[in-house]
Design a protein around this ligand. Structure first.
Ligand SMILES: Nc1ncnc2c1ncn2[C@@H]1O[C@H](COP(=O)(O)OP(=O)(O)OP(=O)(O)O)[C@@H](O)[C@H]1O
Ligand SMILES: [Mg+2]
Length: 418
């Protein structure tokens, strides 16, 4: 059985049923479309066995038989509005198709147009073979499971391809510290990864350390999109578009909105943008965790206000405690409800002659979480794996799990929001 009608021009093949990277039941063909012969042949070669090259969407449409799901890889020549309109019409007529677009340059305009046309994913050239195969497989699996999925609709209410909105707003947790290197990113990535494993609904981590965010590095992610894309689309940011900008940390299922790739982009992002993004995310996520920079700026203040909880992280040394004390005073001056704040003492077992009770007395706040110091943390960070997965039985993992218990208990039942 083949999904393409006979043609003397092109050979036709199918992903072999026994392809190691797909479940054995999946029978999906791959079509590569680009006006440039060398581009389409190169992409088809990258995908390997199973990919058939076509010079135009019209040529592909003449060869479709409608019998098997087809992943359509649209090359850079298809990224214009006219070509995307043709692709949209074809996908409208053939629900067994699922497309990805390989664009020369990933502008917000191209991204939006493509997603609106029903394209499932947009990636930019040059594309590595592993990245391309992964994108194709993701669509292939979706087609197999739900072969008749409609495309992304402009109206979020009518959108069954995007994430589900349950009406219950997710909990927003900002992880902050007034001292660099206190452990914000370690705590936020691990807390979010643990929650993602426990939650039925999605859990998202936003990297709001806009200049030097390293969440993507800590989780070994190669983001196609960042918070900059979300900000550039802020006026049209519906659930489907938002979801398509997130990169998944596959081992935990956590969804991540990474920081800009260039520190210079940080200037383009304001508090209103970040809060608007949080508000969209909490419509379909059970929890939104936010990592922040080590200083107050308007984005941090906006996030503190929009959050249900703020985890204030302090390391166990005098400069940390001094800075956290100033941070607490600032938050009090800003009328931040103190019940929102949770003090987390990191490296709390360090043999540095600072004792927890002494720190609590100085800060006049009781610690809500104590995280020990352990060499497994830098080991995990350097491997790009959350400690919770690298050393699940370590004291650090247990301590962060205890923080997670307050939000989603380990038995998987989500605690009721206050
Ligand atoms: N509990 C711990 N035990 C051992 N090492 C730790 C612990 N927590 C954090 N570290 C180490 O400290 C370093 C800094 O941690 P992290 O990046 O989470 O801090 P941060 O507050 O996000 O820093 P920045 O302000 O630069 O964003 C990490 O590379 C990690 O290896
Ligand atoms: Mg950090």
């Amino acid at each position: 059985m083949s999904s393409f009608a006979e043609s003397p021009m092109e050979s036709e093949r199918q992903l072999p049923a026994g392809d190691q990277s797909l479940p054995p039941s999946i029978q999906v063909s791959v079509a590569v479309v680009d006006a440039d012969q060398s581009v389409r042949n190169r992409l088809a070669m990258q995908i390997g066995q199973g990919a058939t090259a076509f010079a135009s969407i019209e040529e592909l449409s003449r060869r479709l038989t409608g019998t098997t799901p087809v992943v359509v890889v649209l090359g850079p020549s298809c990224s214009g509005a006219a070509e995307l309109a043709v692709a949209e019409r074809l996908m409208g007529a053939h629900p067994e198709l699922g497309a990805i677009l390989i664009a020369d340059e990933l502008s917000t305009a191209v991204l939006q147009q493509a997603l609106r046309a029903g394209v499932r994913d947009v990636v930019s050239m040059p594309i590595e073979t592993s990245q391309l195969t992964q994108a194709v497989q993701k669509v292939a699996v979706g087609l197999e499971v739900q072969p008749r999925r409609p495309q992304i609709a402009a109206d979020p209410g009518a959108d069954s391809n995007g994430p589900e909105e349950t009406g219950e707003l997710g909990r927003v947790i900002t992880v902050f510290s007034t001292k660099g290197g206190a452990g914000k990113s370690v705590i936020s990535t691990n807390l979010a990864a643990i929650l993602a494993q426990r939650s039925e609904r999605p859990v998202c981590l936003i990297d709001a350390d806009l200049q030097f965010g390293d969440v993507a590095v800590m989780l070994k992610l190669t983001p196609q999109h960042t918070i900059v894309d979300a900000v550039n689309s802020i006026e049209k940011l519906d659930l489907a578009l938002m979801d398509s900008l997130l990169v998944e940390h596959e081992p935990s299922g956590l969804k991540v909105l990474p920081a800009p790739l260039e520190p210079a982009f940080a200037d383009q992002i304001g508090a209103r943008d970040v809060v608007a993004i949080v508000e969209v995310l909490r419509r379909f996520c059970a929890v939104v965790v936010v990592d922040t920079p080590a200083y107050f700026n308007d984005v941090v203040l906006g996030l503190v206000e929009a959050s249900d909880e703020v985890l204030l992280v302090a390391g166990m040394d005098i400069p940390n405690i001094k800075n956290v004390k100033i941070g607490l005073q600032t938050l009090r001056l800003l009328n931040t409800p103190m019940e929102k704040l949770k003090l987390i003492l990191n490296r709390a077992n360090s043999k540095v002659k600072l004792d927890v009770t002494e720190v609590e007395r100085t800060l006049q706040v009781k610690a809500d979480g104590l995280i020990p110091s352990d060499v497994v943390v830098p080991q995990a960070v350097n491997k790009g794996v959350p400690v919770a997965l690298h050393a699940p039985k370590s004291g650090v993992t247990r301590a962060i799990e205890t923080l997670a218990d307050e939000i989603i208990p380990a038995d998987g039942k989500k605690r009721k929001r206050k």
